[in-house]
Every structure is written in structure tokens, then in C-alpha cells.
Design a protein around this ligand. Structure first.
Ligand code: 5RP
Length: 229
């Protein structure tokens, strides 16, 4: 990652903090994603930790970073609602559908995204694509189903690659499905892969896309809402 890209991630994260503080009340629970862009958000949130009710985290890594800053982290089952969820993406298209899970946290990310009233994606320009699928699609799989899921992904036209040595926070494995580019209907593919027995979830976020993208490029942060056509 270049220094310039790092700066863009930070710009997007800081814009998200301003947005979150403007939109939430003092008791609001903020959902926190996972990854290097979100790490900038967590670090920026530290100075405003008393301005929110607390957080829920999409990974053990994010929870640890939040607690390191003295920011309260609740179990998702302890909270009634999540006002806003802030997370990065590996790819995002004009419909604000995403591929996520490069960091392996896709399942918990998808759960918090489902609960949250609003999903704000933070990203630098390298994540913006016309069509999803160049980034290998992460699929979280129950370990005993690895061979079966592998064969089903082959049948769907993918080139599966086992992310060897990686165990998710949920105790499962990740298979990265290469060669799906260009993905036509991301919603259909999300459902199709989730229907394979043994798949916990896949990294397509199309059934629940982002509501807002804060896209940092060329030194400014542009708010982008979904194009519906
Ligand atoms: C982790 C994710 C991340 O949001 C995605 O990988 C982007 O990460 P980064 O901000 O480091 O580029 O889905 O599972």
C-alpha cells in the first residue's frame, strides 16, 4: 500500500467520523467493521468515545483495538439496535454492492450490516469498480464441508483457493473464489453461494448493500449514494 493510498483511507475514515457524530445521539451504538481503513476510523473515534453509547465489533481484532482506546464494546446480543455501521470494502460498485472479507471477517460483518439502520462504507478510490469480481470472492466454510463446497464452486465456474492457515473468529475456514469477474447479478450470486450446504456466508454484500459510500480520491472525499438503474 502506498503512502498516498493510506492517506486516502484516513481521509475517508475521518469524514465518516464527522458523519457519524452528526447523525447519532449520545446513546447510539455504532457498528465497527474490520480492516486498515476501519482502523483509522477506530483511532479517530477515540477522541469522541464519550459522544456515543458504545460499539459492537465485527472481529476480535477490531474489538481489541477499540478496547485499547478505552472504547466500550458490547456483545451484539446485549444491544437493541445499531444506529450506524462503518466498514471498508475490497470492491464496491455504483449500486453500492460490495465484495468484502479480504480480512476474513465477512460473517460478523454481514450480521452487523443486517442489524444496522444505516451502513456507511469507507474506501479509497482503488476499491471503486464498475463490475465486481476481480477481487477473489471470500467464502466462509464449515471445515468438514471444504471438499464439497470446493466442488460446488468449481461447478459455478470459479477457481477456488483455500486460504491455508486462516481460521476465522467463528472457527471456520475461508475459500477464495477466483475468476468470477464480471459478476452479473451480485444478488443472485450471493444467494446461490449461500445456498451451498456448508457455506456460512460469502463476501458479496448485495442483498444488503451500503447506504452511503465516502469515497476518497484525488484529495477529497465524495459522498456517493446508490445508483438504482
Ligand atoms: C475485512 C473486510 C475489509 O473491509 C476489507 O478487506 C477492506 O480492508 P482494508 O480497509 O484493509 O482495505 O471486508 O473482512
Amino acid at each position: 500500500m502506498t503512502q498516498a493510498q493510506d492517506q486516502l483511507k484516513q481521509d475517508s475514515a475521518e469524514a465518516a467520523l464527522k458523519y457519524v457524530l452528526a447523525k447519532t445521539s449520545y446513546d447510539a451504538i455504532v457498528g465497527i467493521g474490520t480492516g486498515s481503513t476501519v482502523n483509522y476510523f477506530i483511532d479517530a473515534l477515540a477522541a469522541s468515545k464519550n459522544r456515543i453509547g458504545g460499539t459492537v465489533a465485527s472481529s476480535e481484532a477490531s474489538a481489541q483495538r477499540l478496547r485499547g482506546h478505552g472504547i466500550e464494546v458490547f456483545d451484539l446480543n446485549e444491544v437493541d439496535e445499531v444506529a450506524i455501521y462503518v466498514d471498508g470494502a475490497d470492491e464496491i460498485n455504483p449500486r453500492l454492492e460490495m465484495i468484502k472479507g479480504g480480512g476474513g471477517a465477512l460473517t460478523r460483518e454481514k450480521i452487523i450490516a443486517a442489524v444496522a439502520r444505516e451502513f456507511v462504507c469507507i474506501a479509497d478510490g482503488s476499491k471503486w469498480v464498475d463490475h465486481l469480481g476481480r477481487f477473489p470472492l471470500p467464502v466462509e466454510v464449515i471445515p468438514m464441508a471444504r471438499g464439497y463446497v470446493w466442488r460446488q464452486l468449481l461447478k459455478l465456474g470459479a477457481r477456488p483457493v483455500w486460504r491455508e492457515g486462516v481460521i476465522t473468529d467463528n472457527g471456520n475456514i475461508i475459500i477464495d473464489a477466483h475468476d468470477f469477474y464480471p459478476i452479473g447479478s451480485a444478488r443472485t450470486m450471493e444467494e446461490q453461494i449461500n445456498n451451498i450446504v456448508g457455506v456460512v456466508t460469502n463476501g458479496l454484500f448485495a442483498l444488503r448493500p451500503a447506504d452511503l459510500l465516502l469515497l476518497a480520491r484525488d484529495g477529497s472525499v465524495e459522498p456517493v449514494v446508490a445508483k438504482t438503474t
